[in-house]
Write a protein that binds this ligand. Structure first.
Ligand SMILES: Nc1ncnc2c1ncn2[C@@H]1O[C@H](COP(=O)(O)OP(=O)(O)OP(=O)(O)O)[C@@H](O)[C@H]1O
Ligand SMILES: [Mg+2]
Length: 237
């Protein structure tokens, strides 16, 4: 059982794009904290800043103000090399559109990120639990969208990351495949205790979360604990 303590702590986080008349404030002072081992679901309308938030936590973009502590380390003051090390060591990132390498097989796509980690999971075991073992020697274009997304999740998971960031992981998937992917994330959370942040438009997914964040116009308008999350299998929409 994972210990509950603040693992991600965000204070006064700000981000804007552009300058002068074109200046757009995207994150307008975000404060929140997420405990180790939690599943956190972030909701909010299109353009409210969800992906930007995830990119900042993932060290893919720089903040303009505030702090982002992950496991006691402030990302906003890290040097680029240390930020790279943080991404390799701590982080799994699942993007909406899979981001697989087309010229590598399903297995090779997962192996390349396994090499980044000091304590990777066993690739064949992971392929089996992802339901991809029989497809391991195919290229991404030869498998379905759901299988590609499972592979993308496998790429993130094989590193055995402390923090798994998922931007619309089911956005391009049908109902049945979406539920399988969510069940997989739940399994991984239970088995390895990784902290998961899922950004989604699907409010039903919030029912499986320990914590629900809702963004609107770059501000958090809801930050609540869900006392009785349901299992992914029970979700319906
Ligand atoms: N690189 C960029 N340059 C300029 N503006 C950007 C950039 N990235 C995002 N934006 C703007 O920032 C705002 C927030 O974008 P973001 O992608 O975080 O929204 P989102 O909540 O993820 O939306 P969606 O649900 O549609 O994915 C949007 O108005 C977007 O147009
Ligand atoms: Mg987005």
């Amino acid at each position: 059982m994972a210990t509950k303590r603040a693992y991600v702590q965000v204070n006064g986080l700000k981000k804007h794009y552009g300058d002068g008349d074109a200046r757009l404030t995207v994150l307008d002072g975000i404060d929140t904290s997420i405990n180790r081992g939690e599943i956190c679901v972030m909701l909010g309308p299109s353009g409210s800043g969800k992906s930007t938030f995830l990119n900042l936590i993932g060290g893919l973009e720089d903040a303009d103000g505030g702090s982002i502590m992950v496991d006691g380390c402030d990302l906003t003051v890290l040097k680029p090399a240390d930020l790279g090390e943080y991404r390799r060591r701590e982080l799994g990132f699942v993007f909406q559109f899979y981001n697989l390498v087309p010229d590598l097989t399903i297995k090779e796509n997962i192996e390349v990120t396994a090499h980044l980690s000091k304590n990777p999971l066993n690739v064949d075991d992971l392929l089996r639990s992802l339901g991809l073992y029989e497809h391991r020697n195919k290229f991404p274009r030869q498998v379905s969208g759901g299988q590609q997304q499972r592979c993308a999740i496998g790429r993130a998971l094989v590193k055995n990351p402390g923090l798994l960031l998922c931007d619309e992981p089911t956005g391009a998937l049908d109902y049945k495949t979406s539920k399988e992917i969510l069940q997989l994330m739940e399994d991984v959370n239970r088995t390895y205790g990784c902290t998961i942040i899922i950004v989604t438009h699907n409010t039903a997914i919030a029912r499986m979360a320990n914590r629900v964040l809702r963004l609107r116009d770059g501000r958090i308008v809801e930050d609540g604990l869900n006392e009785s999350p349901v299992s992914a299998a029970e979700l319906d929409w």
